[in-house]
Write a protein that binds this ligand. Sequence first.
Ligand code: NAD
Length: 357
Amino acid sequence: QILGTSSSSSGALISAVRALSSSTTPIKATLFPGDGIGPEIAESVKQVFTAADVAIEWDEHFVGTEIDPRTNSFLTWESLQSVLDRKVGLKGPMATPIGKGHRSLNLTLRKELNLYANVRPCYSLPGYKTRYDDVDLITIRENTEGEYSGLEHQVVKGVVESLKIITRKASMRVAEYAFLYAKTHGRKKVSAIHKANIMQKTDGLFLQCCDEVAEKYPEIEYEQVVIDNCCMMLVKNPALFDVLVMPNLYGDIISDLCAGLVGGLGLTPSCNIGEDGIALAEAVHGSAPDIAGKNLANPTALLLSGVMMLRHLKLNKQAEQIHSAIINTIAEGKYRTADLGGTSTTTDFTKAICDHL
Ligand code: NAD
């Protein structure tokens, strides 16, 4: 009877399941709408999640207008505490003014929350044609040190110095994460990307850590690739790669290159992984000031980041449902934002995704 096929009993079953799911305690997650196009695309995520019946309670935090002395940045202490308490969040892009001497908000979050690995999947979207049909790459970026820490100072007038610090602890941690990710996601190969021929000590240590971890995973193919050669090979034939692990600054650059292979920054998501099980998902792109406030932004990258967040929470059914709706909307081609050659606004494209759920 429970699995009865009559319309009335199956209708009752659906109602019972709905009642059960609506009575489920909502997930508590932090939301940083961010700057520039951030609030527009964050609104899109909220609408799609609501349409997909994701029971979620967002704790929203905006970037402050004054430095909070407790964080030494425009991020409030409460906003960091929100992520520490909830252990999961979604972040819109945050702008970093060039040469203003402020600590980057992104750096603050990564450092203060110890978000040590940034996972950036990049894959061809069915129905959206680029030069390649079969891109399927995972960039895993060390997220806490290297040149990207911004440790810089003036030595004397006209001479500045930037410190690149690489530690065994952080390199082992991200290498372990990359190999474990490859193993648990059925990936075949990990490539360690480096410039150890020149940066012999720093990239040399990073590479040595990757080599050590690779020995523990004999089932995963492993290679070392010099970053300049990696760029050339990625552009020529992305299928040569699978999972790529690399120091911070290289990850920042390579992941934009990868985005270019599949249609641009409007499409590529990421998730920052921290110790204590923290996951803060965010799009790879920045605040796009050139199109901010114009209802032109593509919300796909942030939506797919939201999907990564749902998968992290093991809400696989809703993650797949939203993922399919995004893919199908883009593949159908009727509603696309300008970066994908379409004429849809952010709001029309979002509505189309909701209609595909
Ligand atoms: P950007 O990623 O903001 O923009 C680069 C280009 O891609 C622009 O032409 C923009 O219009 C386009 N673009 C980006 N996202 C798009 C989307 N969703 N839909 C359609 N087009 C999109 O890079 P930028 O201009 O170099 O940086 C702007 C600001 O963002 C800077 O202050 C930078 O520091 C910051 N930034 C933040 C993050 C982050 O928060 N994680 C990442 C990168 C840059």
